[in-house]
Write a protein that binds this ligand. Structure first.
Ligand code: ANZ
Ligand code: ZN
Length: 801
């Protein structure tokens, strides 16, 4: 029979819709398995074959798990608030709500096309008031616990998107969304205190089955540094300068101090003769981004303030400088400079001819003028002779005696700027009352709905477009009933994605974000599949939210995603597929030509799923031909299978064993090769007929990859039920044993014993097995092995001296 994929696919999609085979009821009594995709932003461009890779991987995995007897939760939804959706709407002159609705419809059509087993009854949409009511609810909970707070501070500002940005949204000094250079702007901001969770976010990474590189990125982002806070008394001036140092051991080598140009002390300590130079320098520094300021090999710049501090342990006065290599938002915004042992301080001291006093010498070798390694203390009074590690502790103890220092930990992680001056987001559910201050909107009055407006473009004044809608702004204070104004900032686009995966458990609940029963059954997520670009954004934020919700007592787990898989990108001619590069392969075209099963199968075949892979139309055609051959083979034998014979049984067990191993190892590309080899092998047996077990095994095994074809072949084999109600095939070890041969085991060319091995055993294994033989000990023990030889199928020879 001819393989007509489009016909088969249409038929089975319809059938699935009728029977609801993909619904997750949670009542089957089977163990659950929650396999989650990172839900997409429904952009105007639709999905391309690069996006489909992740969706296919997760669908193959969900179906595979289902065949192992799990009840599967495999949901889908829309992360539809935020800058991308809004920028698209503005560019195309369509209201974001309408643009979003349209884009969702197109995305949904495409995702249904893929034949994924999504339970569409559980679809969530972050822009739906019934959803963001709970996004606002969690904000209120944070506010009540002091974790959401307002602060005036200089924040990242994108002049093109006309909004504040979180640190995580600034990539190499540029706006993550539009690429514009990010500047600083001082504004009142809503912040979330993610730093309160820094230690837990760091420590709990150890319990996760995540790719090591993602954990590494999160660790670096949280950036825990251990050291000390040390205070230096100002000379002829009240007050002191507090620094954070990871090297308190080098205290005797401190020769000058540096403040960040923005440091609040700068104004008061600068002496009149230095004032003009200091002012000019500050102005210059404020124009630079943190990234520019941290460039390692640029010429160091700075200005002397005219002030001095007293060294806490020595009769030494240290000049106080300002320099832009010290950042205001790290540590205390001030350092003690130790030019002999810190590279930046060294360059600065050279530049401005400041003292360099070495206090650590290497354990071996010559002392160098700049030495940043481990070693032994000298020039350091009571610390002399100690190692760096010992001296770190001893220095803190010493300084602590006079109240000049204590041990301290600093994080790179900053609190999360959680406000956008944009229209398309969840309104922050706060009312500003002249009497009561910031008051949360009571839970029973949520959601604060986003008003439908004519003008949604950013204002650029630093105020959200919502501020221009009097009917939205003017309200009464929930506490005192007096006139008050609503907060007009909206939440950042990450707000909904921080907890959406919890809502899938119970998406229609209008009393609570989810019921305890549903959340206890379905969560946590067992497998999360998506792009690595979220390593420090969504994947950190949602861990923070889950820990917070755990602390509220609403859930019993404190990590959302047990296992994470990040798929590689699909490229075309070496370039990332993207609309802006004009190199997008549209799945709709491919489906029309080859069918969706071929596309899915090719997405899996294209390369190791975690690696970047290059799209090739030839490769796709090859896979399409393979599916056609599979269909012809099964349809030719389905009606009258032959009797089973050993050759077929052996092939089948070996196929199942190698396929299962590849599946478990997430090596889907080689799993597809296993299918190809198996179908080839069956084809060469076909003249003597093929038995039912072989045909059924092939059909069930291929179904996760090519689900429509799987169903079709299953029904050709006479089954009424869905192939996804079948069970993943098992194998018997006995059939895996290779043909065996007996080989000679020699020592220095003389046969000492014999050994039975698999005929196709490799050299290393053969030698390993031979050496492990106890009867060989007498000849080799205590001797030096100089050579080991394996002659396949014949002998192992061990040459000793
Ligand atoms: C004295 C010292 C001696 C330092 C030495 C280093 C080496 P991490 O590992 O990143 O935490 N530092 C502290 N605050 C800073 C700021 N706001 N801007 C720029 N640099 C700052 O690095 C901590 C070290 O970076 C601190 O330890 C401090 O210099 C510097 F041989 O203090 B150190
Ligand atoms: Zn009030």
């Amino acid at each position: 029979m001819e393989y007509k994929p489009q016909e088969i696919e249409r038929k089975w999609k319809e059938r699935w819709r009728e029977t609801g085979v993909h619904r997750a009821h949670g009542k089957s009594g089977k163990p659950k398995y929650y396999c989650l995709d990172m839900f997409p932003y429904p952009s105007g461009n639709g999905l391309h074959v690069g996006h489909w890779r992740g969706y296919t991987i997760s669908d193959v995995w969900s179906r595979y798990k289902r065949l192992h007897g799990y009840e599967i939760l495999h949901p889908m939804g829309w992360d539809a608030f935020g800058l991308p959706a809004e920028n698209y709407a503005i560019q195309n002159g369509i209201h974001p709500r309408i643009a979003t609705e349209r884009n969702i419809a197109n995305f949904k059509r495409q995702l249904e096309e893929i034949g994924a087993m999504y339970d569409w009854e559980r679809e969530v949409n972050t822009t739906d008031p019934s959803f963001y009511r709970w996004t606002q609810y969690f904000f209120v909970k944070m506010f009540e616990r002091g974790l959401a707070y307002r602060k005036k501070m200089p924040i990242n500002w994108c002049p093109s998107c006309k909004t504040g940005l979180a640190n995580e949204e600034v990539v190499e000094g540029k706006c993550e969304r539009c690429g514009a250079e990010v500047t600083k702007r001082e504004m009142d901001q809503w912040m979330l205190k993610i730093t309160a969770y820094a230690d837990r976010l760091l420590d709990d990474l150890d319990k996760l089955d995540w790719p090591e590189h993602v954990k590494r990125m999160q660790r670096a982002w949280i950036g825990r540094s251990e050291g000390a806070r040390i205070r230096f008394q100002l000379v002829d001036h009240d007050g002191e300068i507090e620094v954070f140092s990871t090297r308190p051991d080098t205290i005797y080598g401190a020769t000058y101090m540096v403040l960040a140009p923005e440091h609040p002390l700068v104004q008061s300590i600068t002496t009149p003769p230095q004032r003009a130079a200091v002012e000019a320098y500050i102005e210059e520094a404020l124009r630079k981004s943190n990234i520019e300021r941290q460039v390692v090999d640029k010429t160091k710049t700075g200005v002397f303030t005219g002030a001095y501090v007293q060294h806490p342990l020595l009769d030494r006065k240290l000049p106080v400088w300002i320099a832009d290599y010290v950042l205001m938002d790290y540590g205390t915004g001030a350092i003690m400079a130790v030019p002999a042992h810190d590279e930046r301080d060294y360059e600065f001291a050279k530049q401005f001819q400041l003292d360099i006093i070495p206090v650590v010498k290497p354990l071996a070798g010559e002392t160098e003028e700049l030495y940043t390694g481990d070693g032994v203390m000298y020039n350091s009074g009571p610390l002399d002779g100690q190692t760096v590690a010992e001296a770190k502790k001893a220095a803190i103890d010493l300084l602590a005696q006079t109240g000049h220092a204590e041990a301290a930990v600093t994080y790179r992680l900053r609190d999360w700027v959680f406000a956008r001056q944009r229209y398309w987001g969840e309104p922050i559910p706060i009312v500003h009352c002249p009497k009561c201050g910031a008051v949360a909107v009571p839970e029973d009055q949520l959601p604060v709905t986003l008003p439908d407006v004519e003008r949604y473009e950013p204002t650029g004044t630093g105020e959200s477009p919502l501020a221009a809608i009097p009917s939205f702004v003017h309200t009464t204070c929930p506490k005192c009933g007096g006139p008050a104004e609503r907060e007009t900032d909206t939440m950042p686009q990450w707000a909904g994605s921080c907890w959406y995966f919890l809502r899938y458990a119970d998406p229609h609940n209008d009393k609570a974000p989810f019921s305890k029963e549903a959340i206890d059954y379905w969560l946590p997520v067992d497998m999360y599949i998506g792009g690595v670009e979220h390593a420090v954004l969504h994947l950190l934020y949602s861990r923070f939210y889950v820990k917070f919700i755990y602390d509220l007592g609403l859930i019993q787990f404190d990590e959302p995603f047990q296992r994470l898989f990040t798929q590689g990108m699909i490229t075309l001619n070496g370039a990332k597929m993207s609309k802006s590069k004009g190199n997008v392969v549209n799945p709709d075209d491919i489906i029309a030509a080859y069918g969706v099963d071929a596309l899915r199968m090719y997405e899996m075949f294209v390369g190791p799923p975690e690696d970047e892979a290059e799209w090739s139309t030839n490769g796709l055609e090859g896979v399409a031909r393979f599916l056609s051959r599979t269909y012809r083979l099964v349809s030719a034998h389905a009606a009258n299978p032959s009797r089973e014979r050993p050759a077929l049984t052996k092939l089948r067990h070996r196929f199942v064993a190698s396929l299962t191993e590849r599946m478990e190892g997430f090596r889907f590309n080689t799993a597809v090769s296993a299918f190809m080899e198996y179908v080839n092998a069956l084809s060469s047996e076909a003249k003597d007929g093929i038995d039912r077990a072989s045909l059924e095994t092939l059909t069930v095994a291929i179904a996760p990859f090519a689900p429509h074809l799987g169903e079709e072949m299953w029904s050709l084999l006479g089954h009424e039920s869905s192939v996804f109600d079948a069970t993943w095939p098992t194998y018997d070890e006995a059939w895996l044993k290779d043909d065996e041969v007996e080989i000679a085991v020699q020592v220095n060319g003389r046969v000492r014993t014999r050994l039975t091995v698999a005929a196709d055993i490799g050299q290393e294994d053969a030698i390993e097995r031979a050496k492990a033989l106890p009867e060989l000990a007498e000849w080799v023990e205590g001797k030096e092995i100089v050579k080991q030889i394996y002659v396949p199928g014949r002998l192992v020879n061990i040459v000793v001296r």
